[in-house]
Design a protein around this ligand. Structure first.
Ligand code: SF4
Length: 412
């Protein structure tokens, strides 16, 4: 059963009240330390205080997770008043929060207009698993790429998200899951990482992160900063469809784990499934993977492979996959296709997925079959899509009913 959580202070109607502060003032979230210092200097904070103030604010934002200047109790009242006048640290609006029968949560978030633009909406998904919890975040609203198996790919690119908006997805998920320390706990206390629900972050939501490199880099460097949100770089994965020129920079400048949306082992087929392949064909893509900084057996690249019935799931394809990845420290994630309304693809038969997995496993590659999660709330891989072309509620309910009929309550 799907649960849609009605949030008391927010509306799920078409035109909810937007938190004014978030929209109208520049945010301090998403600024690096130098930019934060510059913002304070610009408002008259004396030079000798800058370093200390930056450290204080950084701690409140990313260790304590506050979204209201009044909660920064060790900052003087005057300073808080000044900050409130000029800046915001408010969260975006939650338009809708859905909880799947398997515990997966999906948030539809609304961000205010940038300049002359319109408000935009993006989706983020939290997937709880045994011993870990993964947050999947978006980097763009819509996508310019049109991977034919992906629901997001049917939504035109509206715009890139800013570093603030990328980080806001993580901050908000931490709020909702109770991952920030209680306000009663003394200043300086960090939530022990073993108690946190979000242990891993994947940039696999809406959009191609490497088409928004600078903002993604800024957000991920803040998310992995040891004095703040403190995510380990080994627990942050950036997934690309294959923007070859930015792959090396990802390893060199951000240093997170890499995933490739592969899905086919022949250029002819990949041109169709992941059209960016026409620009950066398989040979160039795999070469870029071989040169990924820090690549080793302990830091393998994940190759995502969606299982499409009679399209890419033959044992010939499995053989091709083994050949293609020969010598690359790799893990291959097999993803049963998650249907969405209007798609012509079907998920491979389970027996075929297992045969395919065994075949590549015997060749020495880890090849887990990813358990579909959150299908009943359209939160599974490749299903995210936001407001501009969202399904009407009636369409969504019909689709959910169809999914439950096809897969049963115990699908996962
Ligand atoms: S798979 Fe990724 S890159 Fe391809 S259309 Fe979907 S969101 Fe865009």
């Amino acid at each position: 059963m799907t649960v849609t959580v009605t949030l008391p202070e927010r509306s799920q109607t078409a035109a909810p009240v937007r938190p004014a502060a978030f929209a109208e003032k520049p945010s301090l979230v998403g600024l690096d330390r130098d930019e934060l210092g510059e913002a304070l200097r610009d408002k008259g904070v004396p030079e000798k205080q800058i370093k200390m103030r930056v450290a204080q604010i950084w701690n409140w934002l990313y260790v304590r997770g506050v979204s209201d200047f009044d909660h920064m109790v060790n900052v003087s009242k005057d300073m808080r008043a000044m900050l409130k006048t000029h800046f915001t640290i408010a969260r975006p609006e939650i338009v809708e929060e859905q909880v799947s029968n398997d515990g997966t949560r999906k948030w539809l978030l609304r961000f205010p207009p940038r300049g002359a633009g319109r408000p935009v909406e993006v989706e983020s998904v939290y997937i709880p698993e045994e011993g870990r919890g993964t947050l999947c975040i978006s980097s763009q609203v819509g996508c310019t790429l049109t991977c034919s198996f992906c629901h997001t790919g049917t939504q035109k690119l509206v715009r890139n998200l800013t570093a603030e908006e990328i980080l806001a997805q993580l901050l908000l998920a931490r709020d909702r899951l109770g991952d920030f320390p209680d306000r009663e706990i003394p200043v300086g206390t960090m939530m022990p990482s073993s108690d946190r629900k979000i242990t891993n972050v994947v940039m696999m939501g809406m959009g191609e992160p490497l088409y928004n490199f600078e903002e993604v880099k800024k957000a991920l460097l803040i998310a992995t900063d040891g004095d703040g949100l403190s995510l380990s770089k080994r627990r942050v994965t950036l997934s690309t469809s294959g923007v070859v020129p930015e792959i090396y920079r990802t390893g060199e400048e951000i240093g997170v784990m890499l995933a490739i949306s592969l899905h086919a082992v022949r250029d002819e087929l990949r041109d169709m499934l992941v059209p960016i392949n026409k620009k950066y064909p398989l040979k160039e893509l795999i070469e870029a993977c071989r040169n990924y900084p820090g690549l080793s057996n302990a830091r393998r690249i994940t190759f995502e492979y969606v299982m499409l019935k009679d399209v890419n799931d033959s044992l010939e394809d499995a053989k091709g996959l083994i050949q293609l990845l020969k010598g690359v420290p790799a893990k291959i994630n097999l993803i049963p296709f998650n249907p969405w309304p209007g798609t012509n693809y079907q998920c491979s038969d389970w027996a075929q997925i297992e045969k395919f997995a065994d075949f590549i496993n015997q060749a020495g590659f880890a090849s887990p079959i990813r358990t579909p999660r959150g299908r009943d709330i359209l939160a599974a891989c490749g299903q995210l899509k936001s407001e501009s072309e969202r399904m009407r509620k009636t369409e969504r309910l019909a689709f959910e009913a169809m999914m439950i009929a096809n897969h049963g309550e115990d699908d996962d």
